[in-house]
Design a protein around this ligand. Structure first.
Ligand SMILES: C[S@@+](CC[C@H](N)C(=O)[O-])C[C@H]1O[C@@H](n2cnc3c(N)ncnc32)[C@H](O)[C@@H]1O
Length: 334
């Protein structure tokens, strides 16, 4: 549908397009597949979603298709929220069964490398009937992010997504006098083990989009490359620009009365995994791209990208992202 300096956007059904000759050139070449797939909704057909068994089967069938596209050290990252049983205050197991089925699909040969939890308190209370009307359930505020790969050692470098040191760690580093010896936990702390400045501490597998405790510093991951380039601590990775309602994309949608895609991924989450699992010029694929958050972030981080979306309206609105002057890219409609 369109292409930019680093990527190409296709409008149509993901399975058809991924299986087409257009994609032959990319088999075995994709470094990262990152996506939030259509949800297993029980009663709505907004995205043309499948229900129950049909959804699970469809989802599991994606595994061999993704596997054939991935490079041997590539990764798949899937974000999926919790699902609820139709008209019942009961959580569905469908998304978990689908993820388990995906990772256990034999031909694809995936394994779960690590699960991440994305805590986002600004999510709307859902399911509204049980949470805000009857008040018998709490607000569902997190999504699951599953990182999977074909080998135990997919390409990954956590030094690309470090968190700033805590104040106390910074003091330790400047004092250079950490009490060495055995801890009550049984860990042995060497004399120099803790005193080396690695530029930041290691990221966690819980993304806190807002702090759980407002008095605690969250210390979200930042990009080391930006740190080196700017010579000062950059904005953290998860506060990637375009995450707020005042970014270029949101403004243009508002000014033109265009209804925003209802379930966009957090650009910071995409940025985290792109930086963690790929290098410049690597190839990133999002087969259920919606408003193409993935393509936008990849373009910004100078990764090649391929995105697919079935819904023409979402495909159209995704083009807006690439007129963002910050990106300095050109978009060509094909
Ligand atoms: C959760 S949304 C993805 C949103 C996206 N991450 C973003 O940031 O805008 C899932 C998307 O998958 C699309 N979709 C559903 N079935 C599809 C299919 N068979 N092929 C391609 N896209 C599909 C839906 O239209 C929807 O936009």
């Amino acid at each position: 549908m369109y292409k930019t300096r680093f990527g190409r956007f296709f409008c149509g059904d993901a399975l058809n397009i991924l299986g087409s000759t257009d994609f032959d050139a990319f088999r075995g070449k994709v470094n990262l597949i990152i996506t939030s797939p259509p949800f297993p909704l029980n009663n709505k057909k907004r995205y043309g979603n499948l229900n129950g068994d049909a959804y699970r089967e469809w989802f599991i069938n994606l595994a061999p298709v993704f596997s054939a596209l991935l490079s041997e050290d590539g990764s798949v990252v899937i974000e999926i929220g919790n699902a609820w049983e139709s008209k019942r205050p009961v959580q569905s197991l469908l998304h978990l069964e689908s993820l388990l089925g995906f990772v256990k699909e034999e031909q694809a040969g995936f394994r779960l490398i690590q699960e991440f939890i994305c805590y986002n308190p600004s999510r709307l209370p859902s399911p509204a009937q049980w949470v805000t009307r009857e008040r018998i359930r709490t607000v569902d505020t997190y999504t699951h992010v599953w990182w999977m790969a074909k080998s135990d050692f997919p390409k990954a470098d956590n030094t690309n997504v470090l968190r700033p040191y805590s104040k106390s760690m910074e003091q330790l580093l400047s004092r250079q006098d950490f009490n060495r010896g055995k801890r009550p936990s049984g860990h042995h702390i060497s004399e120099h083990g803790f005193l080396k400045d690695h530029g930041g501490s290691i990221a966690h597998n819980l993304f806190e989009m807002e702090p759980l405790d407002e008095h605690r510093e969250v210390r979200l991951p930042f990009s080391v490359a930006e740190f080196q380039e700017k010579g000062r601590l950059p904005d953290n990775v998860l506060s990637f620009s375009n995450a707020s309602s005042n970014d270029f994309f949101s403004r243009v949608l508002r000014e033109n009365g265009i209804r925003r895609h209802p379930a966009t991924m957090h650009p910071g989450l995409v940025a985290f995994f792109i930086r963690f699992l790929t290098g410049e010029n690597d190839l990133v694929l999002d087969p259920f791209a919606g408003s193409n958050t993935t393509g936008y972030v990849a373009e910004k981080l100078k990764r090649r990208w391929l995105s697919i979306e079935i819904n023409e309206d979402y495909a159209q609105q995704s083009k807006i992202r690439f007129s963002d002057p910050e990106l300095q890219t050109e978009i060509t409609i094909i």
